[in-house]
Design a protein. Sequence first.
Length: 421
Amino acid sequence: MPLVEDSNILWRKFLRGYSLRMEEYRALCKNILSGTYSEAMLATIVARIYYKPLGIDEIYKLVEAFVETGDIITFDSKYVVDKHSIGGVPGNKVSLLIVPIVAAAGLTIPKTATRSITTIGTAEKMNVFAPVDLTMEEVKEVVKKTKGCLVSTKKLNLAPVDDVLLNVQSELKINPATLMIASILAKKKAMGIKYMVLDIPQGRGTKVKTLREATRLANKFIAVADRLDMYLQCAITYGEQPIGHTVGVALEAMEALETLYGGKPSTSLIEKSTGLAGILFEMAGITSEGQRLAKNMLESGKALEKFKEIIEAQGGNPNIKVSDIPIGTYKTELRADTNGYVVQIDNTLIMEIARKAGAPKDTGAGVIIPYKGGRYVKEGSIILQIFSNNESRLDEAYKFAQDNPPVIIEGSVRRIIKPMH
């Protein structure tokens, strides 16, 4: 077998677009993890993948090399399943429902999520209920007790070279699709996942704008997963408005818990959660009517009891109530200036308003959207509530929302432009 080239030669070879051998990908990943390459060199690696996307074989090799740089977790279960989303739609708190629904039905679902300081992720929301930065042994113990967990990858050492490249992507503000495929599948492979449903939100304001683009991405995920002996199905979901009625760490945690308790259900949250959980049930072959079983787990209270078990096993208070979750102490509202139907909710503006209010660093910051698309509202009705623990941040978010209305009502005037003189 030919020897692997010098690290700089290997780097140049990759940048020029050559297809590397398996041992060369291993060497490239080891060099990245060991700090051999400078920040500038790492940036060019990510940029090369962005401008010259990897092929299926290359992604597969990169996934295997990613996995080998870290630890691998195995579970003593026939069905180890997971749900993952590529992100891009606000309010997507479905994992907080899917994990207890699936675990309550007897499948093993060790859900992991990467901690983030810029997005409102699953780990941040679960941290409202219980610690999420668990070690490998702690995760195994939680899953042994409850069949499920909702934890961060911080202490798990899963494909750590991927974390290095994720930091580079964050700095460059680019997210190469083929590197995203490698990143997601490497983390799942290292967690021993055998069956997975991948949520691909599609539409205006998401990462994937068209159905055609979403289908191409789904087929690439499936092709790589197949080579990894992982059974993957992709669900292309409606992503043109937030899931549920809340965006923000504590607000989303509240809505998820309220839904588990059976109060004030959000149609979009329930339908998406039970739909994705149902796909996992059907993939595992335990039923041919997956969503019906998922709704039964939710409506019977079994999912709530399982969620309490998971909270307790992870070191949280299983008796936490919706009213126990602290949200922003300052609040303001936007009201409808006309009668009409909600015809659009701008995802990008909703996220920007939540960020200006302090989310996700301020866990109490965020927004409530009382009326979703298609609903009729009367003039003067509250169409957006903004929360924050910082009064000046709240003012900034409110002014931004006034200038950039995120909830569009049929026939409403969005902005008035006057002459400069």
